[in-house]
Design a protein around this ligand. Structure first.
Ligand code: GDP
Ligand code: MG
Length: 437
């Protein structure tokens, strides 16, 4: 997916202006990316239209290619559409703040009730959980377990009393016991049905919740639109919590649900554990849906600090075996001006993610390397072969490193140069049509 987008970027590279064709071509790929992320097709259609209108004829930033410019607009619009600011829970001026969690069965209501209770408790609130699902076997027990894990009391009247009465009694219990937030876990169905909606409406009119939060499973993709639309028109929702984003879903449901209801996404669930809840970040979600890591900011950073002409020069130097410590130093500095290496790696699609975080890049090592090269004379940088024993000692002293470190760097440099030579030789051989042994 990211490859596809990058291909588009590549194709458009070098063109001077953002024409209708440029936009149309880039948007074809964006459309595919969105559909692949399981964004509802109607939402995709509307979105593409908006971006086309905005992008066509717009000025191309000097530092960007037309393709990058289109992607930049796409990313901005996507972020905008999903809400540019983080949305928080609004608390009632007259406590307790009553919050109802609604959604289909299995969406994650009960788990999220517990997560949210724990989250609010950490913020100094005194939440109470109310077990309003009397249908699902063991639903009450499940909430009790969850409640005890986050050390939040759970109010239940068993499963023989109507959910409306339970909710009402739960809120009264909360008032009596000084709870400033009352979270009502409700029942879900596999599919939307009117009996359920009526019950939820009854609870709503009875306890007048400050917030009705719709819990949506991010893996439901296309379906999420119908669910959200239905809950919002029949019941009215104030916000959305998107669960199961820890899976490999691209999160298209976020865009769909948000576009249809226009209600803010407030939290995202990132796992089964009770602390796997985070406030929603529209920008992160936009990147996730487009499947390109933070490729946009990488593009931006690279454009600022990397000069294409210099890159060409460098390529030639490597090919003609003129690569020196001087060039090496320049490379290092260029990379460093883009930010910490670890952060750069994270932004590269594919390279980013959890595995990469474990691979710690030693920034200190880079500082040492830089210091060593800076302690070399111009002559030494250009012709490393002249760096003999006494020169090595001097360089080590000047850079505050050891002779061993200097030796290592010179050795690495030699090896890198040899490797580069092998690559260019291989390229030459292949161009001639020969085989490389
Ligand atoms: P409910 O029917 O809406 O109350 O849904 P539950 O809270 O019982 O959750 C259904 C299943 O989804 C359970 O197995 C949960 O552990 C799981 N679940 C809920 N939220 C998340 C999440 O953010 N990530 C993952 N991986 N699983 C979740
Ligand atoms: Mg439940």
């Amino acid at each position: 997916l990211a490859d596809k987008l990058q291909n588009t970027l590549q194709k458009l590279k070098g063109k001077g202006k953002l024409t209708e064709n440029d936009v149309a071509e880039a948007m074809r790929e964006v459309k595919l990316a969105l559909l692949e992320a399981d964004v509802n097709f109607k939402v995709v259609k509307d979105f593409v239209k908006i971006v086309k209108e905005r992008a066509t004829g717009s000025e191309v930033f000097e530092s960007l290619t037309p393709g990058q410019q289109v992607i930049k607009i796409v990313n901005e619009e996507l972020t905008e559409l999903m809400g540019t600011t983080q949305s928080k829970i609004t608390f009632s001026s007259k406590p307790p703040t009553v919050i109802m969690l609604v959604g289909l069965q299995g969406a994650g209501k009960t788990t999220t009730s517990g997560k949210l209770a724990g989250y609010l408790k950490k913020q100094g609130k005194r939440p109470l959980l109310v077990a309003g699902d009397i249908y699902r076997p063991a639903a009450i027990k499940q909430l009790e377990v969850v409640g005890s894990q986050v050390d939040v009391p759970v109010f239940t009247l068993g499963d023989q009393i109507s959910p409306v009465d339970i909710a009402k009694a739960g809120v009264e219990h909360g008032i009596k016991h000084g709870n400033d937030v009352v979270l009502i876990d409700t029942a879900g169905r596999l599919h939307i049905d009117d009996t359920l909606m009526d019950e939820l409406k009854d609870i709503k009119t009875t306890v007048k919740p400050q917030e009705i939060l719709l819990v949506v499973d991010s893996m439901t993709g296309q379906d999420a639109v119908n669910v959200a639309e239905h809950f919002d028109t029949k019941l009215g929702v104030d916000g959305i919590i998107l669960t199961k984003l820890d899976g490999d879903t691209r999160g298209g449901a976020a865009l769909s649900v948000r576009a249809v209801t226009r209600k803010p996404i407030k939290f995202v669930g990132l796992g089964e554990k009770l602390n796997d809840l985070e406030p929603f970040h529209p920008d992160r979600m936009a990147s996730r849906i487009l499947g390109m890591g933070d490729v946009l900011s990488l593009i931006e950073k690279a454009q600022v600090s990397f000069d294409e002409k210099k890159a060409k020069e460098l390529e030639n130097k490597i090919k003609t075996q003129q690569f020196t410590f001087e060039d090496f130093l320049e490379q290092l500095q260029q990379v460093q001006s883009m930010g910490p290496i670890s952060q750069l790696l994270e932004m590269i699609p594919g390279a980013g993610g959890k595995q990469m975080k474990n691979l710690e890049v030693d920034e200190k090592e880079l500082v040492h390397i830089q210091a060593i090269i800076q302690s070399m004379t111009t002559g030494e940088r250009k012709t490393p072969t002249i760096i003999n024993g006494s020169r090595r000692k001097r360089i080590a002293k000047g850079s505050g490193t050891s002779v061993a470190q200097v030796n290592r760097l010179i050795k690495q440099f030699d090896q890198t140069k040899k490797m580069m030579k092998q690559f260019t030789d291989m390229e030459k051989t292949m161009k001639k049509g020969g085989k490389f042994k």
